[in-house]
Each structure stands twice: as C-alpha cells, then as structure tokens.
Design a protein around this ligand. Sequence first.
Ligand SMILES: Nc1ncnc2c1ncn2[C@@H]1O[C@H](COP(=O)(O)OP(=O)(O)OP(=O)(O)O)[C@@H](O)[C@H]1O
Length: 274
Amino acid sequence: MSVALTTLPTGTEAHEHLLAVDIENPSPDQEEAQPPLTKFRIRDLKKESDGGDPILNGISVEIPKGVIVGIIGPSGSGKSTMLRALNRLWEPPLGTVFLDGKDICDLDVLTLRRKVGMLFQLPALFEGTVADNIRYGPQLRGQKLSDEEVYKLLKLADLDSSFYSKTGGELSVGQAQRVALARTLANKPEVLLLDEPTSALDPISTENIEDVLVNLKKKQGMTIIMVSHSIKQIQRIADIVCLLVKGEIVEVLRPDKLSEAKHPMALRFLQLSS
Ligand SMILES: Nc1ncnc2c1ncn2[C@@H]1O[C@H](COP(=O)(O)OP(=O)(O)OP(=O)(O)O)[C@@H](O)[C@H]1O
C-alpha cells in the first residue's frame, strides 16, 4: 500500500510538499493506479487563545485512509488542540476540516463522534460493569449489544471474557484503557484519535495497546491519529509522522526518516527525545 500526505504551510506563499510513503513495497505502477483515499483533509486550520495568542497557525494536511499517523512535537506546540478539532471538541471554523470530503461542521456532532472515536491519556470508565461500559454507546442509539458482541469487542481490545462483569475499581490503568478502547470500538468508528493513550501505562500494557492499534489498521483499515511523546512508540507503529512546532506542521516524514528532519526546532526536539 502506498500513502501520500501533503502539507501546505500557512500563508499566501504556501508551498506544498508531498511525501509518498511506501508501505509493504508497493510497485510504482500500483502507486499511480491506486491513489490513496483521503480520510481527513485539514485546510488552513487556525486557533487563537482567548487572549489572542496563536495556538494553531494554519495547519493544512491530508490524512490518508487506513494509516497510523503519529503527531509529535514539543509541549505546548498544539498537538492536542489539532486532534480535538477533528471530532469537534472545539469548533473549527467552517471550511477547515473535512471527513471523507464533507465539512465536519455540517455533520451531526454525535454522528461525527461515533465515526471519529477518541481515547485520552487516562481512561474514565462509567459506573457499572465493563459490559455496561461497552454497551453504552450503542445503547444511546437504541441498540443492545448481545453478550457475544461484547465478548468480541473485549477480544478486539485484547481482554479475555473474565472482564465482562468486572467493575472499574477492579482494573489496572492499562486494563481500564483497553476497556475504554473496547467501548469506543463498540461505536464502529472509522477513525481513532488517541491523545497519549499509553503515557500512563507500563511497558507491557503499552505493547498490548500498540498491538491492538496495528491490528485495527491491518484488519479493519482503520485510520488512527495518535499524539505521542514517545518517538520510539511512533517508530514502532506509525506509518507517517507529523512534527508540530509552535502551531505549525513543520515536517511530515516516515518514522524511519525522522533523523532527516530539517527544521531546527524539530531536530532539537528529536535529539532531546531520543
Ligand atoms: N482553550 C484554550 N485557551 C487558551 N489556551 C489554550 C487553550 N487550549 C490550549 N491552549 C494553549 O495552547 C497551546 C497548545 O496546547 P496543546 O495542549 O494543544 O499543546 P500540546 O502540544 O498538546 O502540549 P502537551 O504536549 O504539553 O500536551 C498551549 O500553550 C496551551 O496552553
């Protein structure tokens, strides 16, 4: 499979750079014959703080379907803010964020959030059992998941059937994060947004979540956009990396080419993080 990701930095002189990433050795013919489908298109996305300070400085990027995109950058560079625009945890301006070609501001917000699920750094489970949590989303739409469907979702999140009737208090943070993932997956999302999903987890729980994410991409063609502070994690699972510095995407690279980043801030960040 081949993917391409385009960044259009801000400004009237905006230049465009296109990165073609080869995954699993596509032939040049395949690349031409099957252009990647764009899942998210972000066009000149800006945000200022209430005090008028820029947070996002005109982000433009196309995110192909069925890839894992890692978003990295120094603290305060706008990574979470960019991610949160994609399912309208804040309202991006009209004409700036498109899902499958449709402006997300024109979509019903609950429909959007079902299609674009999100997982945070710390899982927050509702009261009740793990099964109650997993059934929550479909229940809001009047659907009751069967026991079998709940077990399937548990399995998808790498949890065995013994978790079905446990409560939040009986779970480790890593297990609770996988329950939160199963609960999100119950909505059959097309895109997963992850904001440092493993930063509170031990290495084994981290590996479990990473394996689940890679499988979701491979088996379901899910598009996954993940903010992470761990360059190593991004190198393990991402297909493309976006480097955000001061509210701008300054580099789009393959994870194995991170050392080739040219932006001075990007290089410094990479050196300090590795
Ligand atoms: N609603 C808001 N009002 C004012 N400032 C905000 C708001 N949201 C974010 N900011 C500021 O915008 C900047 C970017 O924040 P954001 O959380 O997106 O960065 P980040 O790259 O995810 O940081 P970190 O890696 O530390 O989580 C920060 O300076 C933050 O204080």
